[in-house]
Design a binder for this molecule. Structure first.
Ligand SMILES: [Zn+2]
Length: 177
């Protein structure tokens, strides 16, 4: 895995793990659509407690109110994507995690936009899995710096197919919205 050079131009913003990055060509096998996002404070972007997120419906949570412990504002929160998915490289099948910036490449919209759409079209989470399954990407994978972080992280994702369409575009067409 190690030893491949990392192009400086492809280093991600704030990605301190770039020195352990590996570029792979891979196929998406499945996305955990039951848990696609987390909530952050809209002001400071710190993660908010998600204790009342357990009763989610296909990953589509009702909008609970949160109090940010840091800036003490109420209700000003937004979702960011955090997606677990399994991918197949030419040698192995691995579970990776991708955060908001990468997930937007796959989804073509923000997490809030996706969940607003999914609220009206409840099968969107399942459909996303089907839409993205089998799509091929060149991904940069980084090992987590934090020992507590279990999953290899995707730090860049470029679709191989010129005809790739982000999931939300396919969904909008399907639901004719
Ligand atoms: Zn805050």
């Amino acid at each position: 895995m190690k030893g491949k050079s990392v192009n400086k131009m492809e280093e991600e913003e704030g990605d301190k793990a770039a020195n352990t990055a590996t570029k792979v060509t891979c196929t998406i096998l499945a996305i955990d659509h039951t848990n696609l996002c987390y909530r952050v404070c809209a002001i400071c972007e710190r993660t908010l407690s998600t204790t009342d997120n357990n009763n989610n419906n296909n990953g589509i949570d009702n909008a609970p109110s949160f109090l940010c412990k840091f800036c003490h504002t109420n209700n000003k929160n937004k979702r960011l994507f955090r997606i677990l998915m399994s991918i197949a490289t030419d040698t192995e099948v691995i579970t990776v995690i991708c955060f908001d910036r990468i997930a937007k490449v796959l989804f073509g919209c923000s997490a809030d936009q996706f969940f607003d759409f999914a609220r009206l079209n409840p099968l969107s989470g399942v459909a996303v899995n089907e839409i993205l399954e089998g799509e091929m990407f060149t991904m940069t994978l980084s090992k987590p710096l934090n020992c507590n972080a279990q999953n290899i992280r995707v730090t860049s994702a470029v679709p191989l197919s010129l005809g790739f369409r982000p999931a939300i575009e396919v969904l909008r067409e399907f639901y004719k919205t």
